[in-house]
Design a protein around this ligand. Structure first.
Ligand SMILES: [Cu+2]
Length: 470
């Protein structure tokens, strides 16, 4: 975490009081110095040093924007600009974002705060910011052309309103929206309740991230901006597994996870090992009578969901989108299903023409995770992530909830792999395998056939049935 100049120096956890005190009164009339983030790693939460205390959120592979107090107003400075985002180790994308990263920093305030946000446009075209879910004066809603003129390239606009209701929100441009969202312009917004709210529980850990998607050809850096539905990179906060940090919590912590969807499709977000309830949406806290246990929360396009649970099962629990192609990375789509196809002969013929040719998919796609196929530079492998027992065969929208007895309160460090107690892991059956009993009875059906028709014969190829493969 570095700042461009000296205002608000130091880490994301910089004391806002101290930073503000270090600035002469006259400087408060000027533009707050923007804080720029260089790291794609999850930053520590930003504890408030003034105003009501709250338990701050942790943005997965992101950070919270420091602010300054100016005569009772919380002032933030967002800079819309081109950024290089490391989406996973070995894979960088040329995106547009805010203050050095995509998504932009999380803005965290308290219900009733008067907020002033300076937005400087360093993009090559005009932009605006819409504050998704906020109650605000019409002229602050950020739809270019409707509520305000667009912010021209090189100019700074000021938004100001009171954060009137607590909850889970986001921000994004409302000018050339398809391009700017396809390029990664978005950010999270959390408004904490001012006082105890019967519908808002206090939690030990409060995580947030945005669902986003890109269309970046293997070997290239810049998203295709005309893609409407056929995206090939499915990310959380512009990171893909194994580049997404784990959610590290202490056993019996009450955990809240806030998710917003700025992709063009829905994402059923699924947690292993626990049940949760949806306690809020971008519309506000969910009434108690409308909460029920779930293990998958579908987050539709433009929606936000906050889920809560007690992390009372130790272990490393998968947490992912349940659309299986969203837990894969950039891939060609035109791959036929080859399961069960016998490649003998064909491969050797093709190899005479294309020396690097590899047979794929004959036994399923799991081989892909192990194969060291030559990939173009700046391409993330399709399925990857080494776990304690081999490849996790996942990419994209996948992470891990790590629940540990000895994780310290407010410690968000990755505790490493879970050590399972002896005798609690699935194991190989080594006894005899009796032959399957097959029924010799003829079946009956609701509409029996009059006479047998000719049968189509399909040969089933089983692993270890003599074909040696490659
Ligand atoms: Cu998904």
């Amino acid at each position: 975490m570095t700042s461009r100049r000296t205002f608000l120096t130091g880490s994301a956890a910089v004391s806002v009081t101290m930073a503000a005190a270090a600035v002469a009164k006259s400087a408060l009339a000027g533009l707050p110095e923007p804080v720029i983030q260089k790291s794609p790693n999850t930053q520590n939460p930003l504890f408030p040093k003034t105003g009501p205390a709250y338990n701050p959120v942790v943005t997965l592979n992101g950070w919270t924007l420091p602010w300054r107090m100016n005569q009772g107003v919380k002032e933030f400075h967002l800079v819309a600009e081109p950024v290089v985002r490391e989406m996973a180790p070995g894979f960088k994308a040329h995106l547009w974002g805010y203050n050095g990263q995509s998504p932009g920093p999380t803005i965290e305030v308290v219900e009733g705060d008067r907020v002033r946000i300076f937005v400087t446009n360093k993009l090559p075209e005009h932009t605006s910011i819409h504050w998704h879910g906020q109650r605000l004066p019409n002229g602050m809603d950020g739809v270019a052309g409707l509520n305000q003129p667009a912010i021209p390239a090189g100019k700074t606009f000021v938004y100001e309103f009171v954060a009137r209701r607590p909850g889970t929100f986001m921000y994004h441009p409302h000018a050339d929206e398809m391009t700017q969202m396809a390029m990664g312009m978005m950010g999270f917004w959390v408004t904490h309740p001012k006082e105890k709210n019967p519908l808002i529980d206090e939690v030990n850990r409060d995580f947030c991230f945005l669902l986003n998607s890109y269309d970046i050809d293997p070997g290239s850096y810049t998203p295709k901006i005309m893609t409407m539905l056929d995206f090939n990179i499915w990310s959380w906060n512009s990171r893909v597994f194994p580049g997404i940090d784990s959610l590290n919590v202490r056993l019996n912590d009450k955990v809240r996870i806030r998710v917003g969807n700025l992709t063009m499709t829905n994402h059923p977000i699924h947690l292993h090992g626990h049940e949760f309830v949806i306690t809020g949406t971008d519309g506000g806290p969910t009434p108690l009578s409308a909460r029920w246990p779930e293990i998958t929360a579908d987050v539709a396009v433009g929606q936000m969901r906050q889920i809560e649970f007690v992390a009372d099962e130790e272990g490393d629990w998968a947490f992912h989108c349940h659309k299986s192609h969203h837990t894969m990375n950039a891939m060609g789509h035109d791959v036929p299903t080859l399961i069960g196809v016998d490649h003998r002969g064909i491969a050797s013929k093709i190899t005479q023409l294309i020396p690097d040719y590899m047979v794929m998919g004959e036994r399923g796609m799991a081989d892909m995770a192990e194969m060291e196929m030559p990939l173009p530079e700046n391409t993330i492998p399709m399925m990857t992530g080494d776990g304690p027992f081999g490849s996790v065969e996942m990419g994209g929208m996948f992470s891990i909830l790590k629940v540990r007895k000895d994780q310290k309160p407010n410690d968000y460090k990755n505790p490493g792999w879970y050590k399972q107690p002896p005798g609690t892991r699935a194991y190989e059956w080594k006894g005899p395998a009796p032959a399957a009993i097959r029924s010799k009875e003829g079946g009956s059906s609701a509409m029996p056939r009059k006479a047998p028709t000719s049968e189509t014969t399909v040969k089933v190829k089983k692993p270890g049935s003599g074909h040696s493969g490659h």
